[in-house]
Design a protein around this ligand. Sequence first.
Ligand code: ARG
Length: 584
Amino acid sequence: MSLTEDLTRLFEDAFTALNLPAEYAAVRVSDRSEMAQFQCNGAMPAAKISGKPPRDIAAEVVARLKDHPAFKSLEIAGPGFINIHVTDAFLSEHVQDVHLPHLAEHNETIVLDYGGPNIAKSMHVGHLRTGIIGDTLRRILKAAGFNALGDIHMGDWGTHMGILMMDYIRTGEEHVVMDCDLDDPVAVQALFDDMYIRYPKASGAAKEDESLMADARTATLNLQNGEEPFRSMWQKIRDVSVRAMERNYGDLNVWFDIWKGEADAHPYIAPMAEKLKEQGFLVQDDGAWVIPVEKNDDKKKVPPLILYKRDGAVMYGSTDMATIVERVQDFNPARMIYIVDQRQSLHFEQVFRAVRLSGIVRDEVELTFAGVGTMNGTDGKPFKTRAGGVMRLADMIEMARAKALERLNEASLALEMSDSERLDVASKVGIAALKFADLQNQRHADYIFDLERMTQFEGKTGPYLLYQAVRIKSLLRKAGMHDIEHCSFGSLLLQISETERRLALFLTHFPDVFKLAVKNYTPHVLCDYAFSLAQEFSSFYGNCHILSEEDEGIKQSRLFLCAQTLFVLTQTLDLLGIETPERM
Ligand code: ARG
């Protein structure tokens, strides 16, 4: 139970004893920290139903609670607000017990779909947000006790495959693909680079020349029917692409439990279509097979979902529906969450409606489209390289690492390290900068990519948080606590000053903030929290002696605060998928 929940429970008892509805008893952190630590505003709504003046109700509640050891003071203010201060002993207990609450009642399975890179193309900056946010949500839900599974859901089945394969065939260079030795990293990279250059050219040519495009479509259809050489070529292209994805995502510390793609859903399409036809949901429209999904009260037109085009090819919506069939069969998830570019919201509206109306997904299963905004350049337009092209994700990661190294130099940090440790620290700092800059924004909002700002050691940045965490680690080491993770810090808070109390209070908010992030799928609230916590720590560190404190009891009490701050800060960073170096 978090501190606010503990207080709420005490207030609920008081409300119930006075025959007032317990739901009004909620206690929350006060908006005005100079007036109170916590507040309960339930006397006002309770007055409405009981007919008594709110201040009288507040007085009755206070009378019941004032002798409880949790409270230092309970004051009635204004029309009937109850302002609460807790005792340091009560606070201390909660600081000691600060933890991540278990929120999954039955270990429910949640499938998260994020990333979605297309094979045979380089991953680019557009893949950064969905990957980072999706992976963070996976971590958060897993920490809350859900069986959270991340699925990469690669785009490995569309016309882009046909375009690329036809180009190899037409130029007589199939061997470039077929002879690639997957165990040889140099060969893998070479093929990947070749595809990277070849695909945009081939795609441009096919858009200009209808006969090329027709060939590409046929090749795609042949692939989907399992014909050679398409099937083998495709397999090779996919394998090589997966290696590149593993590297990019690995660098970002973004993980997936399931490495499947659109192709894996293909076998489910035909049986699904049969059933939908029988049920009358799938109908013919101008030669295509579609599922009408509009509703009477639609404000905007929602077009039917196309399952088969006139030429019999399947579409993006077909694979997404079939993937849902597959996921229901394999995992029976309680929820499916899609972390995808906001601009695909209509597509998911169609898919969700189609699977609901046909009963593929039961009513009680949650389907959520958690759309993400775009990462823009400093000009406010979607981020581009200096030359105006799309930036490769690998290049962006390199840029962030190089900048982080520069920053470490500027700040004279990580100086006495071996080159390899320094590079490792720079890498962690660079990735922390990228991820934190992304995660601190509301999920659906666009934001501006500003490498200069996000890599600074001051301000609301990933590097600032790492720096604070490392500083606490080093302080605890100096105090002789080496195995920080396995130490038990049993000390209570002793004779604390207002700065210490503020930090302690802030630590106890952690479980509530975590719950909010779980409930609304909003990692940014954890970012806000981590930043404010680091700031509270900073002022505590600036105001209080720690290692130099002569009173041993007070020193232990302060070290206890340091240790709990480190614990909460690193837990938060872990949830955000940000690794903390040992030293800097
Ligand atoms: N591959 C898709 C694209 O590049 C993104 C996939 C998103 N996930 C999904 N289940 N449709 O636009």
